[in-house]
Design a binder for this molecule. Structure first.
Ligand SMILES: [Zn+2]
Length: 94
């Protein structure tokens, strides 16, 4: 579970094998805000590559980095989640 990974000091790593983007690193607690407290394996095919928009090539894992690695990794932090209001219409007789 993401919450357990965060407690243990793991980080979540994403990369896209289609457009070769990444790896990008995320804190588990930021992903919990977006998708809930889930197992990392269940995030596969749920997360979309921001560059090519595909889900089926996104690789995700949760390595435990060494202290030296942690000093050089740039983590993407969640700033805020915005909600987009999209109207849904239907046709009906007057
Ligand atoms: Zn991609």
């Amino acid at each position: 579970m993401l919450s357990r990974l965060g407690q243990l000091g793991h980080i979540v790593r994403l990369r896209c094998n289609y457009c070769r983007t990444g790896p990008r690193f995320y804190r588990p607690e930021d992903l919990i805000v977006l998708v809930g407290d889930r197992e990392v394996d269940r995030l596969r095919r749920r997360l979309t590559c921001e560059v090519c928009g595909r889900k089926d090539y996104v690789e995700i894992d949760s390595p435990l980095l060494t202290g030296q690695e942690r000093q050089s990794v740039i983590v993407r932090r969640l700033v805020r989640v915005s909600t987009i209001r999209r109207p849904i219409w239907r046709e009906e007789l007057l």
